[in-house]
Structure formats: C-alpha cells, structure tokens
Design a protein. Sequence first.
Length: 343
Amino acid sequence: MMTSALPPIDQPLVDPQGRTIRYLRISVTDRCDLRCRYCMAEQMTFLPRAKLLSLDEIAIIAERFIARGVTKIRLSGGEPLVRRDVGDLVRRLGRHVGAKGSGGGLDELTMTTNATRLDRHADEMVDAGIRRINVSLDSLDAERFRYITRHGDLDQVLRGIAAAKAAGLAVKINMVALAGLNEAEIPAMLEWCVAEGHDLSLIETMPLGAIDEDRTDRFVPLTRVFEDLKGRFALVRDAHRTGGPARYWRVDGSSTKLGLISPLTANFCDGCNRVRLTTEGKLYLCLGHDDQVDLKAALRDGGIAGLDTAIDLGLTRKPARHDFRIASGSAPAVARHMSVTGG
Ligand code: SAM
Ligand code: SF4
C-alpha cells in the first residue's frame, strides 16, 4: 500500500485567471444502478475495473489536494454508493474534516447520491464526519420517477432520504428541470422540501455525453421556472455562494434554500473554485471542456512529486469559462457524461 506524505500548504492552487481552487469533486465510479434519461443512455459502456484508481490512490490524490489548500471535497459518480468499500474512503477523508493545521484540512466532506442505498449508509456517513448530502430526486410521482430513471423505485429513495434525515444529515434535493416531464411538479417539490426541512437545487439540463434523446426537447430555462415560483412563494435573496453556477433564495418563514443552477442561462464561471477528478484518475479543469491531465499516471510514475507537477500543469489549462449551448440536433458540448466527471 502506498503512503501519503502531507507537507504543509506551500503551493496554493491558483489558476491563470487568479482563481484559487478550494473545491475538489471526485467521481468514485462511473457506474450507476439507475439510468436517468438526461444523464445516461440505456446501454452504457462503463470503464473496465482495471483502469480505475484504487480507493487508496483516490485518497492519496485527495490528500494532496487538501495539503495544497482544498477545503471542500464532494464524492460523486456515477452512483458513489455502488462502489464497494466506498465507506473506507469516506472514513479516511473524514479524518481531515475540521483538522485545520499546517498540513491543511477540510471544512467539508460531502456526497451526491441517488439515495437508492442511502438507508444502509447514512449512519456510517455521519460517523465519518459528513454533515450534508445532495440527493437527486426528479419526481415525487412513483411512475414518473420510474420513467425518468428508467427503473428506479421511488419508495426506496424516499426511505434513503428519511434515513439520512434521521441520522442528522442535512439534505439538499437536486432536481433537473425537464420540459413535459417534471416541470409542472416543481412547485410541489419545493413545498415538499419546505415541509421536510430540505433545500432544493433546480438544475438546467447540460449537454454532456450522448443519450438516447435530444436534450433540446427537454430543456427548461430556469429563468422561466423562477418567474413562476416567485408568484407562488415568498422568496428572499440569500447571499450564500459556493463558487459554482448557483444563485440562492430562501423560502420566507422556512429554513429551505432554493438554488438555481443555470449554467445555460447565467454564467458564473468568474468565481469558479473547483476541479474534478474522474474514477480513471483524470483531472478535468472544467465541466464544459475536454482539457485534462492524467493524475493516475503521474502518481504511479512519479509519486507525490509527479502528482504535484501534473496538478500544476492542469491548473495552467483551466479555461476562463464553459461554452455550453443547447441547440437542436447539435452534438453534446463534451462527449463524456456527467457521471464520468461527477456532477
Ligand atoms: N448518481 C448521483 C446522483 O444522481 O445524485 C451522483 C452523480 S449525478 C451525475 C450528479 C448530479 O448530476 C445529479 O443531480 C444529476 O441529476 C445531475 N446530472 C446528470 N446529468 C446531467 C445533465 N446532463 N445535466 C444536468 N445535470 C445532470
Ligand atoms: Fe445515475 Fe445519478 Fe446519472 Fe441518475 S443522474 S443515471 S442516478 S449517475
């Protein structure tokens, strides 16, 4: 087993635009037990297991990012909870939460999950130091949920969310707005989140990876959704920013925050503070571009020094902004699916 040396923060991660990188998203697997229509094709080819980073390698890379100033890590996928032993990784990274010192430390470790297996993992997550999770839930109607996910069981997901709440995890629901599918359900979803004490992030469908449909038909500009919600709920602007493409409001009289993730209709790349590691060990500098560096090869060939050199090279390639556009009949902006880079 490789060991990780953690020198103090000596080379902060600053890109050519002067943005300091503090947020690492890790796709721990590209596999998933669901097949959401906007995310994946029904028949997907997943990476062979031999190509994946081991969990130990993921931890070593993550710890190097922590040592260089990353303060927030999100585990995603694919579905992170389908990777066997992901609990070991959660526990190992969880040790860095709140461990600020000369070698860095995390303010937050979190996860994005579809919640199909959350009832079994919620307590373990809290024990490891996770305090907040994001759960994808595109409909509260069992049939519609099954249609969107191609075979998902809504009850199982709701059980997972309930277990997370009972374990003390704060839950943010991620809902991709889909014309003709769940758009009319958005106010009801917000009402449910208020009643349950969850936050809600609405997401514009992004042109990532080939699926079996044309995303243009399903695209909903969140500007339109927001106009509708403003008429139904008292929404108060919330100053909360994550360095991502989201703006936040709070439903007055409740703790529920409403986030609008609208990379297509509003661009917030100026404050971007994140990079993404794939399960194959590639570091992507932007969700909307193909530029990447191979951290797996760098680590295996050159150890921690090799890793640092590759990370520095990657930073020089971080683009100023994504160029997402949704146009009928056009190919996706980038060929890889969201599940490869971690949403
Ligand atoms: N399987 C987990 C889940 O669904 O929460 C984690 C991975 S999933 C790729 C992360 C987030 O990306 C989910 O909220 C999902 O709805 C969103 N997503 C996937 N494909 C997308 C796309 N093409 N456009 C916008 N959001 C997408
Ligand atoms: Fe799986 Fe999440 Fe993609 Fe749905 S959105 S197919 S749950 S990775």
